[in-house]
Design a protein around this ligand. Structure first.
Ligand code: GTP
Length: 369
């Protein structure tokens, strides 16, 4: 059966990480995010996969090629302008054969049981089945209400508390009969959530409830949370194999100097240097080829490939993109994001969700945000 992964969005909420890198290629625990989606599909026997793309497609194509390195068979379709979730699937119609097919949003980390989802869809003889996941704050989402037989009754867009009768949301994973494609106009923007699914209510649309791990990594807060969850093994991924019983994963050739302190859980990428007198963790992901200098602290943070954390610098609850130089005695905290290739001088304070754009040069002592 074909699986279509939607990866055409611009990922605006994750900027500046997505300015030069499409969201599917933004690293999660040192691997492109979408590689987890491919691995999840392969583990459930879905190996025939179409990428529906738009924004910055080249990086994805050149990394994954024909997919053989991941044990899958990949087809790429690039749209000329954003077609929305349903329009983007219509656009790959010629690659979908008769019967059922799977659609996935490409920015969701989950260990949803796809095999059970498919079995449910077949048992119900459904036209479409939407995977549903419970959320704590239902007012922030579009909710899906289902009846006793799991048939979808209604969609409620961001309801107030007095209208709420469910906490289930659309988890961005669907099994659909091919004829659903006939409901989607070609070559124009069209959405499953607003355009297709409301029209399918009462016509064989079912909801598959799941309590599996589920995280949309589309905002910096959730992107950080997905890392914490990987580190704590709250979600099943192959990274769990590297994290040993002590919740430490050291990739190849890590240079851990005597006197460097590691506080699990943590991951340190290949070839990184962790200097004496520094502290990494708890909850730290250091990319490959990074340097964490003496006296510095990295906790609850992500440091991407090739970045250098200067002496006595502190990074907390923040994201440092690739090839950043963080000057000594600087402090980065409170959800800050430092974009790729930025040079942050000594003695700066970056906090309060500040976003530093790629390539920015910040002089010594010039920001105390
Ligand atoms: P934001 O700009 O931060 O909202 O992110 P986004 O552009 O990724 O949008 P959103 O999170 O709503 O998208 C959910 C999923 O659908 C993501 O995997 C997107 O890549 C994908 N997607 C959204 N719109 C399109 C589209 O027009 N075409 C294609 N091919 N995929 C899309």
């Amino acid at each position: 059966m074909k699986a279509v992964i939607l990866v055409g969005g611009q990922g605006t909420r994750l900027r500046p990480l997505t300015l030069g890198t499409p969201k599917p290629m933004v690293p999660l625990a040192n691997r492109p995010f979408v590689s987890y989606v491919l691995e999840h599909l392969r583990n459930h026997g879905f190996t025939d996969i179409v990428f529906s793309m738009g924004y910055l497609p080249e990086g994805i194509k050149s990394y994954f090629g024909d997919g053989s390195a991941m044990g899958v068979d990949l087809t790429y379709v690039v749209e000329d302008f954003p077609l929305g979730t349903a329009g983007a699937v219509k656009n790959v119609e010629k690659h979908i054969s008769d019967g059922d097919f799977l659609v996935l949003n490409g920015d969701i980390l989950t260990d949803l049981d796809l095999t059970a989802l498919l079995a449910f869809h077949k048992q119900k003889k459904a036209t479409g089945t939407i995977a549903l996941t419970p959320v704590e704050d239902p007012t922030a989402y579009g909710l899906v209400s289902i009846g006793a037989d799991d048939e979808v009754l209604a969609f409620l867009e961001k309801p107030s508390w007095d209208q709420i009768s469910t906490n289930l949301i659309n988890a961005g994973t669907y099994v659909l009969k091919r004829e659903v494609l006939d409901m989607i106009p070609p070559g124009v923007e069209h959405s499953f959530e607003r355009g297709v699914f409301p029209k399918l209510v009462g016509k064989g649309l079912y909801g598959f409830r799941s309590d599996s791990y589920w995280m949309d990594i589309g905002t910096p807060e959730k992107y950080l949370q997905a890392h914490y969850d990987i580190l704590e093994k709250n979600v099943n991924t192959s990274i769990s194999d590297c994290l040993d019983r002590d919740f430490v994963c050291l990739e190849n050739s890590v240079d851990l100097e005597l006197g460097a302190k590691l506080v699990p859980p943590l991951i340190i990428g290949a070839g990184s240097v962790i200097k004496a007198g520094s502290r990494v963790g708890r909850m730290a992901i250091i990319g490959p080829g990074c340097t964490v200098s003496a006296g510095s602290i990295v906790e609850e943070s992500i440091i991407q490939e090739g970045s250098v954390i200067g002496e006595n610098a502190i990074v907390r609850k923040s994201i440092i993109a690739r090839n950043v130089q963080l000057g000594k005695d600087s402090l980065v905290q409170g959800g800050a994001i430092v974009g790729e290739g930025a040079r942050i001088g000594e003695n700066n304070v970056l906090a309060n969700h500040i976003r530093i754009y790629p390539g920015t040069q910040v002089k010594d002592g010039s920001i105390r945000f």
